[in-house]
Design a protein around this ligand. Structure first.
Ligand code: GLU
Length: 468
C-alpha cells in the first residue's frame, strides 16, 4: 500500500473541542499505525469568522495532547493562487463555466423551488452562455446530469447518491475565493491525502467533492465518516453538557494521555479493554473498529479515566503536569524534587484531577498550617498536651516505619487512656490542618522528623492559646 497520509483540517472559528480532537486523534492514530504522515491544515477562508487567537489555541491544544504533525500547519488563506490555478484549468477544459446570475435572482429562484416542494438547485441559466471571467461572475463546475455518484465508505460500505442531488455548484466565488468544497479537494489532492477520516456531518459534501476529483481525473482518497459525539442526553454535544474546550480540560486538571485514552474509546473499541497507553492505541487502532452508533460523552467516565491514569502514572510524570498548578501558589524551587515526588506518592490514589491533587498537597508546601476549625476544636484539646509533648520527644529516636509507628502510637494510646483514633486525629490536624488526609505514617515520613515536630509544637501552642 502507498504511504498513508491523513490530515486534520480545523476551521479556526472556535477553540478545539472534544469532537474535533477525536477526529484529529483518529487521523493521527491511523497515520501513526501505518507509519504514514499526518498533516495539519487550517481552513481559514472564512475571513470574518476565522481568528488568529483560535489558530493559536488549536495548535496549543494539539501539542498538549501530543498529536504532532509531520507537515503544516498550512493555511488555506495563503493558497488562494493555487485554487485559482486549478479552477482555471477546469474552465479551460470546459469542465466549469462562469455564471453571472445575480444573487437576488438565485435567491428568488431558490425560494420558489422550495415553495413548490423541490430541492433547490441551480437551473444552469449560464451553462451555455460561454461567459469568460469578469466582475460579479462565479465559476461553476459541470456536475453529471444522470447516473449515480458512488463511493465506498470504510465504515459504512457503499454509499450512493443520485446525480440529480448535486447541481452545478460554485467552486470559485465572484471575488476569486474558493468555496469550501473546492479548497478541500485541491488541498487533499496536492497534499497527497490517502485517507479522509471526518465527522459524518460531511457525508453530504462527499458527492460534490467526488465530482471535483473526477473533473481532474484524480483517484479520490478513501473516506471514513465517523459518527458524531453526542451529549449524555443524545443531543449534539455542547457546553450545556458540561463539555469544555481541550485547553479548559488542561486547566481543570486532566492529563493529556487520559483525555487521549477517553477520546479514543469514544466510539472505538478493542475488546473490553478500557485503558490504553498512547503506544498501545497506535498499535491497536484500526478505523474499521469504529462503532457506527453515535458516541455519547460521559463526563463521569472521563473523570474515572483521568483518576486511573493519575493513579498509575509515575511520580516524575505527574510532577511535570502538576507543576503549573503548584507553581501558581508556591515557589517550588524551595523544595528538593525528592520531597515533591514523595508527597505526590501519598496523594495520587486519592484525587480524580491534578487540581484536586495540588490542593491535597497544600499541607506539604505551606509554611504555616491553618487548621480546620471544627477539627481543631475537637482534637486539639488540653488533655492531648502530654501526648503531643511526648511524641515530640520520642520521635527523635523512632524509626519511621509503619510497624514501629503503629506499635508506638498504640502503646501511647493505652498509656494515656485515649483511643488510637483520637491521637491520630490530633496529629493529623497538627500536620495537615485537616481531618482527612493521606495515611498518617506516610505523611510523617514525607514531612520528616523536623517538620513533623515543629508542626506538633505549633499545635501545642494553639492548645495553650485557645484553652487555658
Ligand atoms: N474544515 C472542516 C471542518 O472543520 C473539515 C473538512 C474536512 O474534513 O473535509 O469541519
Amino acid at each position: 500500500m502507498a504511504k498513508v497520509i491523513t490530515r486534520f483540517p480545523p476551521s479556526p472559528t472556535g477553540h478545539l473541542h472534544l469532537g474535533g480532537a477525536r477526529t484529529a486523534l483518529f487521523n493521527w492514530l491511523y497515520a501513526r499505525h501505518h507509519k504514514g504522515k499526518f498533516i495539519l491544515r487550517l481552513e481559514d477562508t472564512d475571513r470574518e469568522r476565522s481568528k488568529e487567537e483560535y489558530v493559536v489555541s488549536i495548535l496549543e491544544a494539539l501539542k498538549w495532547l501530543g498529536l504532532d504533525w509531520d507537515e503544516g500547519p498550512y493555511f488555506q488563506s495563503q493558497r488562494l493562487e493555487l485554487y485559482q490555478k486549478y479552477a482555471q484549468k477546469l474552465f479551460e477544459e470546459g469542465k466549469a463555466y462562469y455564471c453571472e446570475c445575480p444573487k437576488e435572482v438565485l435567491e428568488e429562484k431558490k425560494k420558489k423551488m422550495l415553495e413548490s416542494g423541490q430541492k433547490p438547485r441551480y437551473d444552469k441559466t449560464c451553462k451555455d452562455k460561454n461567459l469568460g471571467p469578469g466582475e460579479g461572475r462565479a465559476l461553476r463546475i459541470k456536475a453529471p446530469e444522470f447516473g449515480e455518484i458512488i463511493f465506498e465508505d470504510l465504515l459504512r460500505g457503499k454509499i450512493v447518491f443520485p446525480a440529480e442531488e448535486v447541481d452545478d455548484f460554485v467552486i470559485l466565488r465572484s471575488d476569486g475565493t474558493p468555496t469550501y468544497q473546492f479548497a478541500v479537494v485541491i488541498d487533499d489532492i496536492t497534499m497527497g491525502i490517502t485517507h479522509v477520516i471526518r465527522g459524518d456531518d460531511h457525508i453530504s459534501n462527499t458527492p460534490k467533492q467526488l465530482i471535483i476529483y473526477q473533473a481532474f481525473g484524480v483517484e479520490p482518497p478513501k473516506f471514513a465518516h465517523i459518527p458524531m459525539v453526542l451529549g449524555p442526553d443524545g443531543a449534539k454535544l455542547s457546553k450545556r453538557h458540561g463539555a469544555k474546550s481541550i485547553l479548559e480540560y488542561r486547566e481543570a486538571g486532566f492529563l493529556p494521555n487520559a483525555l487521549i485514552n477517553y477520546l479514543a474509546r469514544l466510539g472505538w473499541g478493542f475488546g473490553d479493554q478500557e485503558y490504553f497507553t498512547v503506544e498501545e492505541l497506535i498499535e491497536k487502532f484500526d478505523i474499521k473498529n469504529v462503532n457506527l452508533s453515535p458516541a455519547r460523552f460521559d463526563p463521569d467516565k472521563l473523570l474515572a479515566v483521568n483518576a486511573y491514569w493519575i493513579k498509575v502514572s509515575n511520580n516524575q510524570f505527574l510532577l511535570a503536569h502538576l507543576k503549573p498548578f503548584l507553581s501558581k501558589k508556591y515557589d517550588l524551587t524551595r523544595f528538593p524534587e525528592e520531597y515533591l515526588l514523595e508527597a505526590i506518592e501519598t496523594v495520587k490514589t486519592r484525587g480524580k484531577t491534578l487540581v484536586e491533587l495540588a490542593e491535597m498537597m497544600d499541607f506539604y508546601l505551606v509554611e504555616e498550617i491553618s487548621y480546620d476549625e471544627k477539627g481543631a476544636k475537637k482534637f486539639l484539646i488540653p488533655q492531648m498536651v502530654p501526648v503531643l509533648e511526648k511524641v515530640c520527644k520520642d520521635l527523635e529516636n523512632l524509626p519511621l516505619e509503619d510497624k514501629t509507628l503503629e506499635e508506638y502510637f498504640r502503646s501511647l494510646a493505652e498509656a494515656y487512656g485515649f483511643k488510637l483514633k483520637d491521637i491520630a486525629q490530633a496529629i493529623r490536624i497538627a500536620l495537615t490542618g485537616k481531618t482527612v488526609s493521606p495515611g498518617l505514617f506516610e505523611i510523617i515520613r514525607v514531612l520528616g522528623k523536623e517538620r513533623t515536630i515543629s508542626r506538633i509544637k505549633k499545635a501545642l501552642n494553639y492548645i495553650f492559646e485557645n484553652s487555658f
